[in-house]
Design a protein around this ligand. Structure first.
Ligand SMILES: O=C(O)CCC(=O)C(=O)O
Length: 271
């Protein structure tokens, strides 16, 4: 984490992604992994496309065959400020967005399990209009690898710098199925910049939501688990379910934490 902030800003603006090596210690990643495994078992057992289950023990859904998404409960080890309030990450976001008026939008984890297949090439963030390209998308996620990621377990594959590409032919509304056309285009052409983000357990990355990317097949014997912490500029509505936390937990946050989580839903029992 000793890369100068100016360099991180430039790398992100040019490549559309940035990596934080050794973002958390391996041991911390192992503990998070261990907490999530039984939650994943519950979500897998239901195998429902509809979000279901108890937040504390495993609320989630299947997004594609053998790919699961789980909501993160606000309790330790997940509520550790080292995960969501990292000074370098917050400074990077502030520099990229030119504002400190941003919030945490959601907190989830992804679980591509052994046997899952390749995804369509797609974008997670829509273009706001044909040929209109904002320098940085107003919602960005910090993804923390909880296992080493590699070709065997289906690491994230991307076409760097494609967030700059606003031609309507490469647009689709995320989640609309329009990604099939984009997938056909990429699969039938020559794009030598194609690369994988192979990360060490505990390393993290942020990728602009418009970068063209996909998850690849998991041919290993283990889940390629990652935590995903979403941030967004306050004017942008990421249409996520608000984070739920006990009112007393909110009171214990730092001042910055209170600002980041100011749109969380305070409840008696968060489950
Ligand atoms: O498996 C991955 O890392 C990528 C997942 C992905 O592209 C998505 O959920 O939009």
């Amino acid at each position: 984490m000793s890369v100068p902030i100016d360099q991180l800003v430039q790398e992100f603006l040019i490549n559309g992604y940035v990596v934080f090596e050794d973002f958390i210690p391996t041991r911390k990643a192992e503990v998070l992994h261990g907490e999530l495994l039984p939650m994943l078992e519950k979500v897998r057992a239901r195998d429902s496309r509809v979000l279901s289950g108890d937040l504390d023990t495993g609320r989630g859904r299947v997004t594609e065959p053998l790919r699961y998404k789980i909501e993160t409960p606000w309790r330790l080890p997940f509520s550790d400020p080292a995960l969501y309030e990292n000074a370098t990450v917050l400074e990077l976001l502030e520099r990229l967005w030119g504002s400190s008026d941003f919030l945490m939008s959601d907190y989830i984890s992804y679980h591509p399990c052994p046997g899952c297949s390749v995804m369509n090439w797609h974008r997670d963030g829509e273009l706001f209009g044909a040929n209109l390209v904002l320098p940085v998308f107003p919602a960005l996620s910090l993804k923390i690898a909880l296992v080493d990621t590699n070709e065997q377990n289906g690491s994230f594959e991307l076409l760097p710098s494609t967030h700059h590409c606003g031609v309507p032919e490469l647009s689709h509304v995320p989640g609309s199925g329009g990604g099939q056309e984009l997938n056909r285009l990429i699969e039938s052409g020559r794009y030598p910049s194609r690369m994988r983000l192979d990360l060490k357990r505990g390393s993290a990355y942020i990728c602009d939501a418009r970068v063209i990317h996909r998850g690849t097949p998991n041919r290993s014997d283990h889940v390629r688990m990652e935590l995903d912490i979403g941030y967004h500029l306050s004017w942008y509505d990421p249409r996520n379910r608000p984070l739920r936390m006990a009112a007393r937990d909110f009171q214990e946050l730092s001042e910055r934490g209170k600002q980041l989580l100011s749109r969380s839903r305070r409840v008696e029992t968060p489950h």
